[in-house]
Unconditional design. Structure first.
Length: 284
């Protein structure tokens, strides 16, 4: 009789959880994958450690899969969901009968980012909008392999780059370790200089070189003195000889410790595909 009572109680609890979940709209997180974000040089990035993958959560209906850096996948059933505005509380349990029900708290930060149990994650839909950085070869102990790989795939970035070589207005002109960027069409033009290279992924971070002479009517009101610092404002990741990813972070105000002017002309020109900015090398 006692066993029967426990069985009835278990079925009742499970049914209650299922009912709670079915009545709540969690489409904002359902069928989504979230990757953990790390701060690299004060910039949100996807960071891949040595011999491991990035942490992520995959949610699909009643199943949640948590992928750790080294231990592989852990699968959980979603037993119930509570929602409060943009916050979700998921009641989850794995297949181990000795384990108790756990709670996963998901809070929406903005369109891209979510807080999951206190850590920042990015929706995979926007993963190409932030840099992907691998742990340094010195820490991984494979610098010789990386050196061989980079040397066998050398590319020349010198030249003019646009979204569309024929019809594109915005451009960046790269010469050795400097780059001339049109931040705002027919208004703000700046000189940038390299501050760091990420050889494992052929990435280059740039900072503002100096206060520009050509500020335009809009640029005269910006805090240029505060923007002269060592924080990166742009990042380039090489795809091949004629193609690069471009990331614009915005100017870093050293006084307020905040980013300003976080949208450049490339983003304005690329409205149809906000997930990533891909530039092509164009003839002068």
């Amino acid at each position: 009789m006692e066993k029967l009572f426990r069985l009835i109680l278990l079925i009742s609890t499970f049914s209650s959880c299922q009912e709670t979940k079915s009545k709540i709209d969690f489409s904002a997180v359902n069928n989504h994958v979230f990757y953990e974000v790390k701060k690299m040089n004060s910039i949100n990035s996807i960071y891949e450690p040595c011999d491991a993958s990035n942490k992520k959560y995959s949610i699909k209906d009643s199943l949640l899969v948590y992928t750790t850096a080294q231990d592989g996948d852990f699968r959980y059933r979603i037993l119930g969901i509570k929602k409060n505005n943009n916050d979700y509380e998921l009641q989850i349990k794995n297949t181990d009968p000795t384990q108790k029900v756990s709670i996963l708290n998901i809070s929406k930060i903005d369109d891209k980012y979510y807080s999951i149990n206190g850590k920042v994650f990015i929706d995979s839909v926007f993963i190409n909008t932030i840099p992907y950085i691998k742990q340094s070869c010195k820490e991984c102990g494979n610098c010789e392999d990386v050196k061989k790989q980079v040397n066998s795939n050398e590319v020349t970035l010198n030249g003019n780059w646009k979204i569309d070589c024929k019809n594109g207005n915005s451009s960046i002109n790269i010469k050795d370790k400097t780059a001339f960027l049109e931040v705002m069409f027919n208004q703000i033009y700046i000189d940038m200089i390299e501050i760091k290279r990420y050889d494992s992924e052929k990435g280059i971070a740039y900072k503002l070189k100096e206060i520009p002479e050509d500020k335009g009517n809009f640029g005269v009101n910006l805090n240029w003195k505060e923007y002269i610092n060592d924080k990166p404002i742009a990042y380039i990741k090489v795809i091949d000889d004629n193609t690069i990813y471009f990331y614009w972070y915005g100017f870093f105000n050293k006084k307020t410790q905040k980013r300003e002017f976080t949208e450049c002309s490339f983003q304005q020109e690329n409205r149809k595909n906000q997930q990533e900015i891909i530039l092509k090398k164009c003839d002068e």
